[in-house]
Design a protein around this ligand. Structure first.
Ligand SMILES: NC(=O)c1ccc[n+]([C@@H]2O[C@H](COP(=O)([O-])OP(=O)(O)OC[C@H]3O[C@@H](n4cnc5c(N)ncnc54)[C@H](OP(=O)(O)O)[C@@H]3O)[C@@H](O)[C@H]2O)c1
Length: 292
């Protein structure tokens, strides 16, 4: 019988990308979203895991509405932190590995060189704090992998790329913040990396205990939101003007880090992964989006 993997939150950007790649892997995937498996319900989660005897759980379920989280603290912590505790308990029951996804928003952005897994965390927002609490839950389980990522986009779901494309078709000019710097990350590349981590771990199962822990993954390179928006309109052949603006000109309920570039050295070395530059990956995604 092939190795069985449950993907939670599978209708989101990352979950959808894993589904796109699934047929290339010799695993049995069970894709679930809120309707089939609400991760906030401990009893349902445990029963589901016991019924299917999963070997891996890829947790893509998340409360990702960063600004809304400021006024929905309880919901954000319920999905992003308490649910991880539920998944840990269920993984423990069937001896599964947990592959949990977190965010660059666990950092305050005060550094000026890429964040490593050993850097101190300090979340600026409720969303960031809830994801940090989720990491804490995952870290209590010795068989967990936590992958922090950043600025995700995809041809699936809602994201910055789609918002800019829509606004560029409606307006002559868009103001975009140039002060916040990070790395746009194609969710398909992240999906490939997560599946590569599983493949590597299965092939080196005798060293699994050395592999567990925290990792950073984003595309290569650095950009501001302004640079990212400019690259999107360029790729779309749009003449819309992208105007650089300051954070103070675009106030949002949640504070975001000014600098959240991630150092990917550990994940690349441990799992022998090569990572594409964000501009190359954006081109790949834009081809899909423009094809409709
Ligand atoms: N998006 C980014 O820019 C970004 C940046 C850094 C890190 N990340 C992290 O990357 C991971 C994947 O993000 P994403 O962009 O793919 O998120 P997404 O598109 O928002 O998908 C999250 C999925 O989780 C589902 N979900 C929410 N509550 C649930 C529950 N109680 N039970 C089961 N499923 C539930 C959502 O369903 P509903 O739509 O019905 O709520 C949605 O389908 C998350 O851990 C996120 O924190 C994302």
């Amino acid at each position: 019988m092939s190795l069985s993997i449950v993907v939670t939150g599978a209708l989101g950007q990352l979950g959808s990308e894993i589904r796109e790649l699934a047929s290339q892997y010799p695993y049995h995937f069970v894709f679930t979203d809120r309707d089939e498996l609400d991760v906030t319900t401990p009893k349902q989660v445990k029963e589901f895991f016991v019924q299917h005897r999963f070997r891996w759980c890829i947790n893509c379920a998340s409360y990702t509405a960063v600004d809304k989280a400021e006024s929905e603290r309880e919901q954000a912590f319920s999905v992003n932190a308490e649910s991880v505790r539920n998944l840990v308990a269920a993984c423990c029951e069937v001896d599964a590995q947990l592959l949990h996804v977190s965010t660059d928003f666990v950092f305050d952005g005060m550094k000026s060189s890429p964040y490593t897994e050993d850097d101190e965390t300090h979340a600026l927002s409720v969303y960031g704090a809830s994801k940090l609490a989720g990491e804490g839950e995952a870290l209590k389980y010795p068989k967990s992998f936590i992958v922090r990522t950043a600025w995700l986009y995809s041809s699936f779901g809602k994201n910055f790329v789609k918002t800019i494309l829509r606004l560029a078709s409606e307006r002559k000019e868009i103001g975009v913040i140039f002060e916040q710097v990070g790395t746009p990350t194609y969710a398909r590349d992240l999906a490939r990396a997560l599946l590569a981590m599983i493949a590597y771990s299965e092939a080196h199962s005798y060293t699994l205990s050395d592999l567990y822990g925290l990792y950073h993954y984003s595309n290569e390179g650095v950009a501001s939101w302004y640079d990212f928006a400019q690259a999107i309109v360029d790729a779309a052949g749009s003449l819309c003007l992208i105007k650089p603006i300051e954070v103070k000109d675009y106030p949002t309920p949640a504070r975001r880090p000014f600098y959240s570039v991630l150092n990917k050295g550990k994940i690349k070395k441990t799992f022998d992964i090569s990572i594409p530059h964000w501009r190359k990956s954006l081109e790949e995604c834009m081809k899909l989006l423009l094809r409709g």
